[in-house]
Design a protein around this ligand. Structure first.
Ligand code: N01
Length: 549
């Protein structure tokens, strides 16, 4: 296959009634999309990226709410493909806020001259596989039609925000805003009566950040959440030099750990230790001020109910100690799930916020939301007057970004319709019936949820790039996984998932946050090394299990 020149001029501005033909079209200019663009360009392909946002950054473009911050440390929340980039970017702190991560993506886009192939402010509406041309025919919200041999979705796992169908939603006369659509000019919260619905990773960050500036803050909590206190030093030259000196080891280490962080898990089985040793180890992990106690502690936490209970109680104790009112503490301490079975956030003063006079908690299990009124939120206990309502209510994870696009595969089959019944992928990378479509952060790969996203996404980009290189070299124009390959990957995925407590817990990890969504653990949970090995084996065997033509 040869690279076909694009006919569309003026990338970077909204397009009307234009058509283009490219080798590869990438949807999304976030972490994955930028790297995918850089990688495919290196193959000499003609590549376009389309993004609904007005700039690069993906998740970090959209999630600019107060307090938005990574909770993977900066030294593993970055690209590894360029030594020059590693050398010239200075991380300012261990956990960077959205302004710093956005600045990083803008720097990457400029440094590698990526913008010239990116069309911003344009949303992909539909993608239809044209079997005779062996191309995807893609349409965008700006009236453009793009024909692409390869279509790669780089949507991120959490790009489709969920707005719960509260009664009276449109009636509210104040300001109502979802955290993932936070206005870039900000929202003035000073001196306002603010309500936050949701206490996931996002809600926690918003709540702890805005509490001191608002007149009153009412937190509407349905499920109490665990969280680990973040220790977030700022970095000077000495720390950065030490970090850079460790990059060769870090770069190796991330591929070998279960979740793509750079720390190995504890080597002793939990119950092989004495109670004193267990306690001392948990205290050490806790004192790290990171997610280590979850992702690089005792991996039996995910599978063994007794281990889960003991570690959960350790964390509950830590939370109780932070809250002065024991009745309030009882509501804020998670009782219905084990530590780490849902996404564990890092926090920065979150539990202490509840000791403030201007903060109150509404336990929605006791007094559910009845409706949103013109002036606030009515629960079964009465109305709470509010000026601003913040929805920190999460995402249709893994699938929502893809099903928002009308994707039609062979014979006109609709991904949106098919996934209403059962969500299927092969290793999260391809889908039977949708040739030449490559997905990243889609279900049944670690990148969907249970991984340090930058590590897993870079692995997926590399696999896709090598695969496309192979197809081009071999003169192939079509690739899709065989139905049996997909079935056997799903069976393997389900078998592993069934052994975990994560799969038995209601959360976005299992699709339980979306009514009617087929329930299945979203993330492959065999660990990154096993997943990488499975992906490599496919390649070693000449893409065995995939149909190439
Ligand atoms: O979303 P969530 P999130 N009525 O789904 C509640 C990543 N992230 O945006 O738990 C009342 O976790 C819901 O209640 P319940 C990270 O991977 C990363 O917070 O379903 N409440 C829950 O409390 C994270 O896991 C970073 O009972 C309703 C909340 O809304 C993922 O994004 C920072 C409701 C949603 O929590 C998603 O986090 C932020 C309803 N009808 C996010 N519907 C960092 O890297 C939902 N809720 C730091």
């Amino acid at each position: 296959m040869s690279a076909v020149p694009a006919t569309a001029p003026g990338h970077g501005s909204p397009a009307v009634n234009r058509s283009a033909t490219v080798d590869a079209l990438i949807i999304g200019a976030g972490f994955t999309g930028l790297y995918q663009l850089w990688s495919l360009r290196k193959l000499g392909l003609n590549v376009r990226v389309v993004d609904a946002a007005s700039d690069v950054g993906g998740t970090w473009y959209w999630n600019c709410y107060p307090g938005a911050r990574t909770d993977s440390p900066s030294h593993i929340y970055q690209y590894w493909f360029s030594d020059e980039l590693l050398a010239d970017w200075d991380w300012k702190q261990r956990y960077v806020d959205h302004t710093e991560s956005s600045a990083y993506f803008r720097h990457v886009a400029d440094r590698f001259d990526l913008r010239r192939d990116i069309t911003f402010n344009s949303r992909v509406d539909s993608a239809r596989w044209d079997e005779s041309a062996r191309r995807w025919q893609v349409t965008t919200s700006t009236g453009e039609t793009i024909a692409a041999r390869f279509l790669i979705t780089a949507l991120g796992p959490l790009s489709a925000p969920v707005v719960p169908p509260f009664k009276g939603h449109d009636r509210f006369k104040g300001r109502l805003v979802h955290t993932a659509r936070w206005p870039r000019e900000g929202v003035d919260l000073k001196g306002k009566r603010v309500g936050v619905i949701g206490t996931g990773a996002t809600g926690i960050q918003v709540i702890q950040t805005i509490a001191p500036e608002v007149a009153s803050l009412t937190v509407f909590q349905r499920t109490a959440n665990y969280a680990v206190p973040m220790i977030n030093p700022t970095y000077g030259e000495a720390e950065r030099a030490a970090m850079r000196a460790r990059y060769p080891q870090t770069r190796e280490a991330i591929w070998t750990t279960f979740v793509g962080f750079d720390e190995a898990a504890e080597s002793s089985p939990y119950f092989s230790l004495t109670p004193e040793q267990r306690r001392a180890t948990l205290e050490r992990l806790w004192a790290d001020g990171s997610l280590r106690i979850w992702v690089a502690g005792f991996m039996e936490l995910l599978t063994d109910a007794a281990v889960s209970e003991e570690i959960s109680e350790f964390v509950r104790e830590k939370i109780r100690a932070r809250i002065r009112d024991p009745k309030l503490a009882a509501k804020l301490v998670p009782a219905d799930h084990g530590f780490g079975t849902r996404r564990v956030p890092l926090e920065n003063g979150y539990f202490d916020v509840y000791n403030r006079d201007n903060v109150s908690l509404v336990d929605l299990r006791e007094t559910p939301i009845v409706e949103i009124t013109e002036t606030g939120i009515r629960t079964s206990a009465g109305e709470i007057a509010l000026d601003v309502i913040i929805l920190a209510t999460g995402f249709d994870a893994g699938t929502g970004g893809l099903t928002a696009i009308d994707i039609r595969g062979t014979g006109g089959r609709s991904l949106r319709s098919e996934w209403k019944g059962e969500v299927r992928t092969t290793m999260g990378l391809q889908i039977h019936g949708y040739p030449n479509l490559f997905t990243t952060s889609a279900p049944y790969a670690p990148a969907a949820a249970f991984c340090n996203a930058p590590t897993c996404l870079q692995h997926q980009v590399q696999w896709i790039t090598e695969c496309i290189e192979h197809l081009v070299k071999e003169g192939r124009t079509r690739m899709e996984p065989a139905a049996e390959t997909e079935a056997s990957w799903l069976a393997h995925h389900d078998e592993l998932a069934a052994q975990t407590l994560v799969a038995k817990t209601r959360s976005w990890y299992t699709g339980a946050n979306i009514e009617g969504k087929p329930s299945r653990l979203l993330s492959y949970i065999g660990g990154l090394p096993a997943y990488r090995e499975a992906c490599s084996e496919v390649q070693r065997k000449g893409y065995a299990g995939f149909e190439l033509a």
